[in-house]
Design a binder for this molecule. Sequence first.
Ligand SMILES: Cc1cc2nc3c(=O)[nH]c(=O)nc-3n(C[C@H](O)[C@H](O)[C@H](O)COP(=O)(O)O)c2cc1C
Length: 321
Amino acid sequence: MLIGSYQLDNPLIVAPMAGVTDRPFRELCLRYGAGMAVSEMMTSNPDCWGTQKSKQRMVHEGESGIRSVQIAGADPVLMADAARFAVEQGAQVIDINMGCPAKKVNKRLAGSALLQYPQLIEEILTSVVGAVDVPVTLKTRTGWDTDNRNCVEIAQLAEQCGIQALALHGRTRACMYKGEAEYDFIKAVKQAISIPVIANGDIDSPEKARFVLDYTGADALMIGRPAQGRPWIFREIHHYLTTGEKLPEPPIEEIRQIMLGHVAELHRFYGEYLGLRIARKHVSWYLQTHDTAKAFRPTFNAIESAQQQLDALQGYFDNVA
Ligand SMILES: Cc1cc2nc3c(=O)[nH]c(=O)nc-3n(C[C@H](O)[C@H](O)[C@H](O)COP(=O)(O)O)c2cc1C
């Protein structure tokens, strides 16, 4: 799978998820088998770039893999400026967000709200593609709502504007995250354009990955929520796609090492105050399938010290190992 001149190690991509796919999580997914990871979205409004949150999202120097940075906004000039800025900060690929259904984003006419305005989409894509020398990709949904599924039209427009790969989440904006991802639309888009198509939505197992690739003919897969608390899903899927065999669940000792490393990295990256708070949701995801963790979770969430979080996790695994 090629994006512009960048060759991915494999066709498995970490979906951008604001508040989840920060640098520590992206690094972890890359280590456990992802071929590329897209950053959390960065707003095109420069007034927000000075905030601590934005600054942390914008640091890409030294990051592993191909650095794809997502930008969100609706003003073609601001989007071009944001793309240039992201490239200065180390982005090797610019991804445009036209898939996010969040009210906060859509209120400002960005994310998937843009699907209602193809003319504006054309202006944004042309402006961003013209602003940077790196490949520009687009992430979108099947349409605004079930009466307006215009993804084929938007995909063709994207190709004409010079977009180099298209990620498609098989739901409309109105569907939010309800129902099932509709792979027929991804298949139709794949047949309508010649740039690489990345299928996204509900790919939560090696078998599902095989099915979606075969059914849609997509060039790559993008995985979001199923990787939460399970960054090794990329390794599992990659193994299955290449050998036809399923890997066993990771041993509990490996899960201990992954979690401790992840939590320690969150403390380091965000500092103690924020790091331990962000660690709580990740730990909760990791342990959601552990029956033994029901009592542990509230205890863990009440901890206010980084070292105590690590000690508590060690204690948890000493008990279950
Ligand atoms: C918490 C969360 C945050 C997300 N943030 C973004 C985002 O910043 N940009 C974007 O394009 N999509 C975002 N998405 C959508 C995902 O990239 C993906 O398209 C969606 O979750 C469907 O894929 P999945 O079924 O593999 O999770 C977000 C999804 C979630 C659950």
